[in-house]
Design a protein around this ligand. Structure first.
Ligand code: AKG
Length: 298
């Protein structure tokens, strides 16, 4: 359970650290499954539906930026979202009806694992209201050198910064020179394996490359109140589903409570993530092929 102070801190700052959110057994099981996937990626030579490969990936030295949609790759990732302390945190921060928007396991390989340039998740998927957040579960200790998440406190109450490049294409990252980006205010979120960061969908965040010899495994569950509905440009896969598949998809993403077909409209700032970058297969591909400027030069 989060304390009243923790909930207030999250509402005020747009982020939170929750220690020991996993039991030792849950952590051990998640690590075992995750490292099994990394091992399987040795057989893969190009990014696919499961693995997003980092530069320098090989059978000898697997280097992934990400395992995609882990909750679809192994039932235990879904089980943890539905039945753990994380579930209670979601209930407290988002209410009784909560859906999974997406999941990803960002694996930041040792010795270089790619930076994630500063951005707001909201720029990728604006919704009818912003009761949306990302939980980042640490499967390894995260310290100052293995690419910790950094956030700008309070930025979830500010504007949506431009995430488009000089040609107007959505590149999934802000310009580090944007006058509304106050990099000096950045807070670095380090912690022990089994702890969890939470950040609001509008919170500005990013992370440097992994300059250590240890992997940085952050398992993200991006979750929303059931009455937050995506706006055009986000989740358009729904329009291609049959009625049966649509209902099954909603059901399969429900963490607690029930889905809702009645969007709650709030006066939230919205910019659509369009036109898309040449490869929008992941944030890494969007930022790279969209020509995002880096804030993390060596
Ligand atoms: O892995 C990270 O450090 C940040 C990931 C992130 O912000 C994202 O994938 O949207």
């Amino acid at each position: 359970m989060l304390s009243k102070e923790q909930i207030e801190f999250y509402n005020e700052n747009g982020y939170l650290m929750v220690e020991n959110v996993l039991t030792p057994d849950q952590l051990a099981r998640l690590r075992e499954i995750s490292y099994d996937f990394i091992d399987k990626s040795r057989a893969v030579t190009t990014s696919d539906d499961v693995f997003d490969l980092d530069e320098g990936h090989s059978a000898q030295t697997p280097k992934l930026t990400r395992i995609k949609l882990p909750h679809k790759q192994h039932p235990y990732y879904w089980e943890i979202a539905k039945n753990s302390r994380i579930t209670e945190v979601l209930r407290q921060l988002l209410g009784p009806d909560v859906l999974l928007q997406t999941s990803k396991l960002n694996t930041k390989a040792p010795g270089g694992g790619a930076a994630v340039e500063w951005h707001q998740d909201w720029a990728f998927y604006p919704h009818t209201n912003d009761d949306i957040l990302a939980c980042g579960v640490m499967l390894e200790d995260v310290d100052l050198v293995n690419g910790p998440l950094q956030v700008i406190p309070g930025s979830h109450k500010g504007p949506v910064l431009s995430h488009n490049n000089k040609d107007g294409v959505f590149c999934g990252a802000i310009d580090p020179e944007d006058p509304d980006f106050h990099s000096k205010q950045a807070v670095t979120l380090t912690g022990k394996a089994g702890s969890m960061t939470v950040h609001h969908a509008r919170t500005l965040h990013g992370s440097a490359p992994n300059r250590s010899d240890r992997a940085r495994l952050l398992l993200f569950y991006e979750c929303l109140a059931a009455d937050a509905w995506p706006l055009a440009g986000a989740s358009s896969y729904m329009h291609r589903l049959s009625a049966k598949d649509f209902l099954a998809d909603l059901e399969a993403r429900t963490i607690i409570g029930k889905p809702s077909l009645v969007p709650r409209m709030e006066a939230v700032p919205v910019v659509l993530p369009l036109p898309p970058a040449p490869d929008a297969g992941s944030i890494f591909k969007t930022q790279k092929t969209g020509g995002a400027k880096t804030a993390f030069a060596a």
